[in-house]
Design a protein around this ligand. Structure first.
Ligand code: SF4
Length: 256
């Protein structure tokens, strides 16, 4: 197995993983989407709401605000079994009077949790309209609700682009939307074949080009939409996958 990093920032990782199959790639993607605990608003107690936005809509919008949180204060291995305690939840309050647009930055948190983007709009208040509420954010996982989905994750096969005959491939240079081909010294060659998105346009236009895919090599793109970095999510997903595999092996061995 081989791993190559193509791109790495706080919020995004693009990585190639070789010598795996679609089942393994899908397992990794599903763990990334569904199994990593992150923070989202779960309970909302509306004390006063004279805005044009009904209570349920307000609560739904609050739940979808991505929140950053300190791993030191919130423990995903909390022992309260989902009942909620200071280890896995944060209290939030909001008290605003119009005219104004309520933004995520108006939420007051009991700990150092905060919205990823303070400018996320929640509701618009006209003159004299008021919203007052208390809420609780809890750790949860994406398999229970999409608001706890920590990342956007996609993968694709590694493309294989080959030039078999250079005599009539000018159309491919123009048609390729990903800049895979380059013209140098009056000759067309390959520039960045890894960027190919397998649209097949070049192969349809030029018989001298073949495009295929390697179904043992996958390019993963992981974009964090929670308080954890893309690297933390990737490593956490691998730990979870390892633990699940160990549990499975143990369970099978115990009955054989
Ligand atoms: S298949 Fe599409 S993206 Fe890939 S090289 Fe051909 S034109 Fe470019």
């Amino acid at each position: 197995m081989d791993v190559k990093i193509f791109e790495k920032s706080e919020n995004k990782i693009v990585v190639e993983i070789d010598d795996i199959n679609p089942a393994f790639a899908n397992s990794l993607r599903r763990v990334l989407l569904n199994e990593i605990p992150v923070l989202a608003i779960e309970d909302v107690d509306v004390i006063e709401n004279t805005s044009g936005f009904y209570d349920e809509g307000l609560a739904h919008r609050l739940g979808l605000i991505p929140l950053k949180f300190s791993k030191l204060n919130l423990k995903d291995e909390c022992k309260c079994n989902g009942k909620g305690c200071s280890n896995c939840q944060v209290s939030i309050s909001l008290d605003k009077k119009g005219p104004c647009v309520i933004k995520a930055s108006d939420l007051i948190f009991s700990s150092d949790a905060k919205p990823i983007d303070p400018d996320i709009p929640i509701a618009e208040l006209l003159d004299e309209q008021k919203v007052k509420l208390e809420a609780t954010a809890m750790l949860g996982v994406g398999r229970d609700h999409a608001k706890w989905q920590p990342a956007v994750v996609g993968y694709r096969y590694v493309p294989i682009v080959k030039i078999k005959d250079k005599s009539d491939i000018a159309a491919a240079l123009k048609a390729c939307p990903q800049g895979v081909f380059v013209k140098k010294d009056n000759t067309i060659g390959l520039s960045k074949p890894i960027n190919c998105d397998l649209c097949m346009r070049c192969a349809e236009l030029c018989e001298g080009i073949s495009v295929s895919q390697d179904d043992t090599k996958f390019i993963f793109t992981i974009e964090s939409v929670c308080g954890l970095s893309a690297e933390e999510l990737f490593l956490k997903a691998l730990d979870i996958l390892e633990d699940k595999s160990k549990d499975f092996v143990k369970a099978v061995k115990s009955v054989l």
